[in-house]
Design a binder for this molecule. Structure first.
Ligand code: PLP
Length: 456
């Protein structure tokens, strides 16, 4: 049935989407030439209707760590369907959720002892906020400026970016944002001893901002001192992304709460999880009366659980966490020389396969650069992303609104050749983009007028 439906409407997908779902998004895609008719996804590649293969350095905003349509995960899903598993009894339980929870707790820091499944990342953050408040009897939540934790109202209240929060207020009371990497500012908030939860990404996804040495350990220590729960949002950094199963391992962190989602189901089924210190969970689910204190109809569901178990197995059997560490090193090695080679490149940074390149005003061609920045801050990054796509068949993203940063979150199944291809393509694009030729400027200004949005 699906084959026929898809084939019958081939070529109409963008019009249909514009008419029924989001016309402004389709306008953006058309303006930057990203309106390809996609036919298939396969590992680290997307294949268009003409059979052209695009290297996917965006990775669905980090939801395809195990590669698109990973055959092992697909098999597990088919098996789960064929088994007619008795999931979501609601007044009863099945085996798969407990098995996935057991595996996650085995892999997570020892401080964590319970799992609360959700259907998305934002929902895992909502759970962290709600349960954190109830467990501590406090109401305030402190997060970081430029942090991103999802777009539902609670998670949005912890968001440190005006372009996401503006227009949607009033947000929840009791939220404060402090500069990332600033322990003094964090202590000033926590010393009031009314903060339930500190919510931080170990590496900020927006812009790929790595913490200074000692920062995360320092926040954890402040949380302990002032009776605040330390919550790491690993929705983007988790599941091997940074070269460890969880980024927390790089700093030996023992959080009280930790959120994951995205790649946990191999990109197949909406999923999320909030891992909690056992005492935190028990402080909320403290009686039979409170056994339903939080949840949602689809969480946990057996397809998500089957995909989750298969994803953990695929990460392990395919050695993807080590691969992320190794290929991330290679990517840095191949792209760091761009800082010396191009005036416009300020920094190349990353950990594992979470990578970014930042641009800044070059000494020469200042006038053109400033014209671009006036039209729309961060537009130069768009001038890199567009030819990477149209000329080199590489899908990448700008790392955030008004940021001159291009970011990569490729599936961890990328090969050395893919990484080399990306680095060479970037070199080629920068050689031209740095000169800010007239044709590029014209395109950029048109894109700015269309209000081309950035990703996360
Ligand atoms: C760090 C972080 N937290 C939370 C979220 C929200 O997850 P979801 O989009 O599944 O709601 C994201 C999504 O990009 C994220 O990167």
């Amino acid at each position: 049935m699906l084959r026929e439906l898809i084939d019958n409407r081939a070529g109409e997908e963008y019009d249909l989407y514009a008419k029924t779902i989001n016309p402004q998004f389709v306008r953006v895609l058309r303006t930057i030439g990203f309106d390809r008719p996609w036919a298939r996804g396969e590992g680290a590649y997307l294949v268009d209707a003409d059979g052209r293969r695009f290297l996917d350095m965006l990775g669905g905003f980090g939801m395809f760590n195990t590669g698109r349509n990973n055959p092992r995960i697909r098999e597990a899903l088919i098996e789960a369907l064929e088994l007619d598993t008795p999931g979501s009894v609601q007044l009863g339980v099945s085996t798969l959720p407990g098995l996935l929870a057991e595996e996650l707790l085995r892999l997570a820091p020892g401080s964590l002892g319970r799992v609360l499944f959700t259907s998305s990342g934002a929902e895992a953050v909502e759970a962290a906020i709600k349960l954190g408040r109830a467990a501590t009897g406090r109401t305030r939540v402190v997060s970081a400026q430029h942090g991103f934790h999802g777009l539902t109202l609670g998670a949005l209240s912890a968001n440190g970016n005006l372009e996401f929060t503006d227009r949607f207020g009033p947000l929840l009371p009791g939220f404060a944002q402090v500069p990332f990497d600033d322990l003094e500012a964090m202590e000033a908030e926590l010393a009031r001893e009314d903060v339930a939860l500190v919510l931080l990404e170990p590496i900020q996804g927006k812009g790929v901002v790595l913490p200074q040495a000692g920062y995360l350990e320092g926040v954890q220590e402040l949380c302990r001192r002032y009776g605040t729960l330390f919550c790491l949002d690993e929705i983007q950094t988790g599941l091997g992304r940074t070269g460890r199963f969880l980024a927390a391992e790089h700093w030996g962190l023992e959080p009280d709460v930790l959120t994951i989602a995205k790649s946990l189901s191999g990109g197949y089924v909406p999923i999320g999880a909030c891992l909690l210190r056992r005492e935190v969970h028990e402080a909320v689910f403290d009686s039979m009366e409170h056994s339903f204190s939080h949840g949602s109809t689809f969480a946990p569901n057996d397809l998500g659980m089957a995909a989750g178990l298969a994803t953990l197995r695929a990460l392990d059997e395919q050695g993807l966490v080590e691969r992320s560490a190794r290929l991330g090193e290679l990517l840095l090695e191949l792209t760091r020389p761009l800082v010396e080679r191009y005036e416009v490149v300020r920094e190349v940074r990353g950990l594992g396969l979470m990578w970014a390149i930042e641009f800044g005003e070059p000494e020469s061609r200042r006038r053109s650069w400033r014209m671009l920045e006036r039209a729309q801050p961060g537009l130069f990054a768009q001038l890199v992303v567009v030819p990477l796509f149209s000329e080199h068949a590489i899908l990448s993203q700008v790392a955030g609104h008004r940021l001159n940063v291009v970011k990569a979150l490729p599936p961890l199944v990328v090969t050395e050749e893919d990484v080399e291809h990306f680095a060479a393509a970037l070199d080629d694009v920068l050689a031209r983009a740095e000169r800010l030729p007239r044709a590029m400027m014209g395109f950029a200004l048109k894109a700015a007028r269309a209000g081309v949005a950035a990703g996360r």
